[in-house]
Design a binder for this molecule. Structure first.
Ligand code: ADP
Ligand code: MG
Length: 340
């Protein structure tokens, strides 16, 4: 069977799908749909699949609920929008329960490791405690940003747990920050340290001693909503997206959409002390984690030179007319994370 990559797949769907005039459709962090009262509606949806996007044995239901909301709220933040409401669909495998005596220590401090009962039998109240903890985490993050859960769909699943979240948001008409508006000469910024989430995941996968800060960054990311709103209101900020797959992949989306290239200075990429220490201890390349690890959910944006960007944003390179992504300070090419 021939192998077709994620971006080719989306490209084929996009090529066969006309987008109505005045709407931003497939290809950005959110669809942008103009409304009548001078506002644009933003819509994003994400599918999370057990084994591919999360490890059910490791993540607590509270943290999984939190993260399911976070990755979608982050896509609204990525456009400079305000998230408003959310729809949640879940397909639950039979026998998903909260293990009695579970002692796994979630980064959130909640002790609720899911267990499949032997033989797959449904425990009394099976799934009830799990879903309660999942929704508690989901709503905890949503309420922090004033997002209301308004509906969804539910099904049993033969095997794996599936979660689909659809997030709605809004912004003043025409103010969403898109991927296709970077200009040669722009400075490229990131909103915080990169690689922490990827390092947290690697510690989990390798069964290495857990560094609490890194594990929290992996399971409990906080989307940069306020910063996104601030950037959308800052003249000179041109293109923006959130970092879900690592800048090695994500920055290429901005470059392709804008018809530009860029050089990133490796030694300017912000790294946390925890990441550096952990990489030293395990012999890992921190730059690989920072550029390809993904799931940091920081913002990646471009701005004209001289733009007054908020504190905490770090310049890492520049947009250039020649296509392609160049790394200054390394002979390696960093590609970013792919889902296929
Ligand atoms: P993100 O990482 O920001 O969530 P994705 O890489 O998942 O974005 O998707 C890129 C773009 O492709 C988005 O605009 C998304 O809506 C669109 N897209 C992804 N899958 C499909 C699909 N099956 N049908 C239509 N559009 C899709
Ligand atoms: Mg995104």
């Amino acid at each position: 069977m021939s192998h077709i990559g994620e971006f080719e797949l989306i490209g084929r769907i996009s090529a066969a799908t006309p987008t109505p005039e005045g709407i931003t459709g497939i290809g950005d962090d959110c669809a942008v749909i103009p409304q009548k009262q001078g506002l644009d509606t933003l819509v994003t949806t994400d599918l999370l699949i057990e084994g591919r996007h999360f490890l059910l044995q490791d993540v607590s239901p509270h943290d999984l609920g939190w993260k399911s909301a976070a990755v979608n709220i982050s896509d609204i933040a990525a456009m400079g929008g305000r998230p408003t409401s959310v729809f949640l669909s879940i397909a639950l495998p039979e026998g998903l329960t909260e293990g009695p005596g579970a002692n796994w220590n979630s980064p959130s401090g909640k002790h609720c490791r899911p267990r499949l009962r032997e033989g797959g039998a449904h425990e009394v109240g099976g799934g009830g405690a799990w879903i309660d903890a999942f929704i508690a985490g989901f709503n905890e993050l949503c309420s922090r940003f004033g997002v209301a859960l308004l509906g969804g769909d539910t099904s049993a699943s033969d095997d794996k747990l599936f979660i689909n979240v659809t997030l709605l948001g809004e912004c003043p008409h025409g103010q969403a920050l898109k991927r296709n508006t970077a200009r040669p000469g722009d400075i490229i910024y990131v909103s915080g340290p990169l690689g922490d989430s990827g390092a947290g995941l690697r510690l989990i996968l390798e069964g290495a001693p857990r560094v609490d800060y890194l594990i929290r960054k992996h399971y409990l990311p906080v989307p940069r909503v306020e910063l996104g709103l601030q950037l959308a209101a800052t003249p000179g900020v041109h293109a923006m997206m959130d970092i879900s797959d690592g800048i090695g992949s994500d920055l290429r989306h901005i470059l392709d959409a804008s018809g530009t290239g860029a050089t990133v200075e490796i030694n300017r990429i912000p790294l946390s002390p925890e990441l550096k220490d952990t990489c030293t201890a395990h012999g890992w390349d921190p730059i690989e984690l920072a550029t390809c690890g993904g799931e940091d959910y920081e913002l990646l944006f471009t701005a004209a030179p001289g733009t007054a960007v908020p504190e905490g944003c770090t310049p890492i390179g520049a947009i250039e007319p020649e296509p392609g992504l160049r790394w200054s300070g390394s002979t390696r090419d960093y590609q970013g994370f792919t889902h296929f």
